[in-house]
Design a protein around this ligand. Structure first.
Ligand code: AMP
Ligand code: GLY
Length: 422
């Protein structure tokens, strides 16, 4: 089979790595890819993830049998619809189904229609009305841009001043453009966060290992939010009983509701949950694999990923038997100094060719090859991942590997996975 993966981050490196465990793959491309992916796949750096016409031309010209989409941007602009219209097979929801991520207001109304537990909220396009609402509701409060804002569209406000500034930035200065001309004001929820990945064929689904991301930049979940500084799986806080509750109160009504609304959800449904004292509630849906959770979840998957994704895209999950390894995995992100604020690119990365444990894999996120060197090319640079029989061992192995790699300004959290040890 000839396969292509769309995207360029650590998630896509993990997808390519796992897909390649299927011996039927004769050729795999990654568009655009990165320096790490280039060591296992053919990268096509000059095709952007949102250039649907060129993605289509490439898939036709190279006779691609199956495409897997990594990020949300191409899904929300309809890459799946375009591929399907030409008879090309692809894994990822249609534009209509991807609205669960691309419009937070759509997602919120949908959850309310199907009584899926989520934070109380209201939508506004006017700053003063929004502020009046916040005065009535009280603080802290969460303000969310309706559309896609590259992970920056959620502001947790502790004061009215912060709320006013956030509303001004989104509604008046339009710092997120169209994505922020409508905002959602949402009740602040307290609890542990977990990421649930369901592979859905539109009717049936299979659940991968639950994971916990570490969004804040500093140890102890302090400081500003990032794209994710590390992850571990399985999240032991989700026991069998809680997983059952999540499936019956959240995953099943979501898949059934989308089918009822003529937007059947075929793809990876990522439910970002918060475990409140009143039960699990949805913080957000994503229409794609999470990054960096995927780097920790896929090493635990025993089933063949290509077969699983093909079965989902063809509506064939009903009798599928998913198998998982009874292991734990930890992914520690090595980031550029300064991230998530300003940071430098182009720093040479040392140590990538050292000898690592066989249960370690270095997933590349923001890296680039310049002559014979691999240099940093983004905020999140590497996802150093290890798996072992328990999480404590996986943490130790991952950090030993981190210690072998260096670049100027390298920063990483020292407490990834520690939540699982308490
Ligand atoms: P989202 O993109 O909606 O997942 O929001 C990004 C992050 O903001 C989440 O991972 C949470 O850490 C935080 N967050 C979002 N909504 C809420 C909420 N209603 N209450 C508390 N924290 C939230
Ligand atoms: N890890 C958070 C995300 O993928 O959105």
């Amino acid at each position: 089979m000839r396969v292509m993966v769309i995207g360029s981050g650590g998630r896509e490196h993990a997808l390519v790595w796992k897909l390649l465990q299927n011996s039927k793959i004769e050729k795999i491309y990654c568009l655009p890819g990165n320096a790490g992916i280039a060591s296992i796949a053919e990268c096509v750096p000059d095709i952007s993830v949102t250039d649907t016409p060129r993605l289509l031309n490439f898939a036709s010209a190279k006779k691609i049998d199956f495409t897997v989409v990594g990020p949300e941007a191409p899904l929300s602009q309809g890459v799946t619809n375009a591929f399907q219209a030409q008879g090309l097979k692809i894994f990822g929801p249609t534009q209509e189904a991807a609205m669960l991520e691309s419009s937070k207001i759509f997602a919120k109304n949908f959850m309310n229609r199907y009584k899926i537990p989520t934070a109380f909220s209201e939508a506004f396009d006017d700053k003063n009305k929004a502020l009046d609402f916040i005065k009535k509701t009280g603080l802290p409060i969460v303000i969310k841009a309706d559309g896609l804002a590259a992970g920056k569209g959620v502001i947790i406000c502790q004061t009215y001043q912060e709320a006013e500034t956030a509303l001004e930035n989104m509604l008046e200065k339009q710092i997120f453009g169209e994505a922020g001309t409508l905002v959602l004001i949402e009740e602040f929820l307290r609890g542990e966060e977990v990421s649930i990945f369901a592979v859905s064929d539109g009717v049936h689904y299979q659940i991968l290992a639950p994971a916990q991301d570490h969004k804040a930049i500093f140890d102890g979940d302090q400081g500003p939010n990032t794209g994710g500084m590390g992850a571990y799986a399985p999240a032991c806080i989700v026991d069998d009983e809680l997983m059952q509750q999540i499936q019956t109160t959240i995953i099943e009504p979501t898949i059934t509701g989308m089918a009822l609304e003529n937007r059947p959800y075929r793809g990876l449904l990522y439910a970002g949950l918060i475990l409140t004292k009143n039960g699990p509630k949805v913080l957000e849906y994503n229409c794609r694999f999470g990054d960096p959770e995927t780097q920790a979840v896929l090493p635990l998957l025993k089933s063949d990923l290509l077969e699983l994704l093909i079965a989902a895209s063809e509506g064939n999950l009903q009798n599928y038997q998913l198998k998982k390894h009874d292991l734990a995995a930890v992914c520690v992100i090595m980031a550029a100094g300064g991230y998530p604020g300003k940071y430098e690119k182009g720093q040479t990365i040392f140590g990538l060719n050292r000898k690592f444990d066989e249960n370690v894999y270095i997933f590349h996120a923001g890296t680039k090859k310049v002559k014979d060197k691999i240099v940093t090319d983004g905020g999140r640079v590497l996802g150093v991942t290890a798996w072992a029989s328990d999480v404590a061992d996986a943490i130790k192995t991952a950090y030993t590997a981190v210690g072998k790699i260096a670049f100027n300004g390298a920063y990483y959290r020292k407490d990834i996975g520690h939540k699982a040890l308490i």
